[in-house]
Design a binder for this molecule. Structure first.
Ligand code: 13P
Ligand code: SF4
Length: 327
């Protein structure tokens, strides 16, 4: 019998009262107008940031918004590769990220020099890069994808081309299974999503036996196989709205539950637990605080800057993705 190392209460998100804006949140709202800034926030950001954002979404939605905006300043509350993507698609704008240290373990698992060496040894591969990678890795890739469009992107690649999928082996494995396309997988992973286990989900399932499970494709295969639906953070909203159940277990970073709670207030959401905790937060996403967000707007710093040749090279596979996803 497995030993229970940790006993924790499930983290339940139901419809709550909306608190009034804090002083820092009010300042952000005023500063956005003064500086003609748009605040784009990822679904994993803390609730106060999500509340003052102009748009909250997944990597794909954020990339489209960044490409389309007419604002002078893009304040990006997410992680570095997301803000970098915003700069690549909109170079004339000022792009600021509240904390430049907000990185990503998945992005770090594929250094550009290693990918360049692999490509040199295997020159005929068609490289599909998950958007969670650096500009230098994007520049070495043929097309970018997000978890929201990965299947559609892979289905667009000519059948006679062998695919190398970087950097997430879990997302790549999921897409390979769904599309039937054979792929080489880069051995990277997200340190947050691999913490969900069969044991942690079995435990929560016993506590909420009627609740369906929705999981992010960055989870490991055995966890994905336990889920009723596997999808990007944005598609989780549609799943929650469309499913008849009134309680849903959400297996991704816990910030997602704020968005779900706001968009689907009539339902209850249970945070997918790990073996040691009722929640699962990305330490990089959580580096952005409301105070750092306000200060970034005041000083228009720290900025994302890129050498122009790198920006142009990284922009090509992003543009290909945006074009293919619109089809
Ligand atoms: P989404 O594109 O589904 O929002 O995922 C981004 C991410 O970083 C997942 O860990
Ligand atoms: Fe990267 Fe994982 Fe954090 Fe997403 S949750 S930003 S993939 S480390």
């Amino acid at each position: 019998m497995p030993v229970e190392l940790f006993d924790y209460k499930p983290l339940v998100f139901g419809a709550g009262k909306t608190a009034p804006f804090s002083a820092a949140e009010e300042e952000i709202l005023a500063l956005k107008k003064e500086k003609n800034a748009i605040l784009l926030a990822h679904n994993y950001q803390i609730e106060p940031i999500q509340r003052v954002a102009d748009f909250v979404g997944d990597s794909l939605g954020l990339a489209y918004k960044a490409a389309e905006t007419e604002a002078d300043v893009i304040l990006f509350c997410g992680v570095h590769f997301m803000a970098e993507t915003a700069k690549i698609v909109n170079p004339e704008k000022i792009v600021i990220l509240p904390d430049l240290e907000a990185g990503c373990s998945l992005s770090d698992s594929c250094p550009a020099d290693k990918l360049a060496a692999y490509k040199e040894a295997n020159p005929d591969l068609y490289v599909v890069a998950y958007i969670n990678c650096s500009a230098a890795v994007k520049a070495l890739s043929d097309v970018i994808c997000t978890s929201g469009n990965a299947m559609q992107i892979v289905q667009n690649i000519p059948e006679d081309r062998e695919i190398l999928f970087v950097p997430d082996q879990n997302l790549g494995q999921w897409v390979a299974k769904k599309t039937g396309r054979k792929m080489r997988l880069w051995p990277g992973s997200c340190y947050v999503h691999v913490l969900f286990t069969v044991r942690s989900l079995e435990k929560i399932r016993t506590q909420f036996p009627e609740a369906p499970i929705v999981a992010h494709p960055e989870c490991i295969e055995m966890v994905r196989d336990m889920a009723d639906e596997v999808c990007s953070t944005e598609k989780m909203i549609g799943f929650a709205k469309g499913h008849p159940a009134d309680t849903i277990i959400v297996v991704t970073e816990t910030g997602m539950l704020h968005r779900l709670q706001r968009e689907v207030p009539e339902k209850t959401f249970i945070a997918g637990p790990t073996d040691t905790c009722a929640c699962n937060e990305c330490r990089f996403m959580k580096l952005n605080t409301i105070e750092k967000t306000r200060d970034a707007l005041i000083h228009l710093q720290p900025r994302i800057e890129l050498p122009e040749d790198l920006r142009i090279a990284a922009g090509k596979p992003i543009k290909r993705m945006l074009d293919w996803s619109r089809k």
